[in-house]
Design a protein around this ligand. Structure first.
Ligand code: FEO
Length: 186
């Protein structure tokens, strides 16, 4: 016997506004993945392989963020509606910190989107979604801190020691590991 039908004919009572907002957020997480993959390719093309590696892992983590929302919607019997993803810029301006400035601003805009989702979940009394979002609230603190810390180091690369600092940061970023989020068996 099937479950009760929700607002979209899906097998859940998942709130329609929340479902739309999460489907939209899946698009933004996938766009972030695209954006950082584009930065990774650009850093590689200018010989900064550590930066390229770091951004490639960032792109993988963004895809994981999208999949965390995706799995959540499916676990509640909601309907996934994948949306069109814009192409990111493919050429980034020198010096190398310009792309990181853009990344920092992009992460701040993602934080604002997550905060809006938290407010919506609160208004709609959707406690399960509210709980899920607390993970993303914490994650955004880390995301902004990562970008800001690297930017601070790069800001020191403008003096005569610049190239040394740049290559030091490049080496440090090359050591980043990838830790996939736990996903359900499928
Ligand atoms: Fe998934 Fe960097 O926000």
């Amino acid at each position: 016997m099937g479950g009760a039908e929700g607002e979209r004919g899906d097998k859940t009572q998942m709130n329609g506004k929340i479902l739309d907002a999460i489907n939209e957020q899946i698009k933004w997480e996938l766009y972030s993945s695209y954006l950082y993959l584009s930065m990774s390719a650009w850093y590689d093309s200018i010989g900064l392989r550590g930066f390229s590696h770091w951004e490639r892992i960032q792109a993988m983590e963004e895809r994981d963020h999208a999949m965390k929302f995706y799995d959540y919607v499916l676990s509640r019997g909601g309907i996934i509606e994948l949306q069109a993803i814009d192409a990111p810029p493919s050429l980034w301006e020198s010096p190398p910190e310009k792309a990181f400035e853009y990344q920092y601003e992009h992460e701040q805009s993602v934080t604002a989107k997550i905060d809006n989702l938290v407010e919506l979940a609160h208004e709609e009394h959707d406690h399960a979604t509210y709980n899920l979002l607390q993970w993303f609230v914490d994650e955004q603190v880390e995301e902004e801190e990562n970008a800001r810390t690297i930017l601070e180091k790069l800001s020191m690369a403008s003096d005569e020691m610049g190239m040394n600092i740049l290559f030091m940061v490049d080496k440090e970023l090359a050591a980043r590991g990838y830790h996939p989020l736990v996903t359900p068996d499928y």
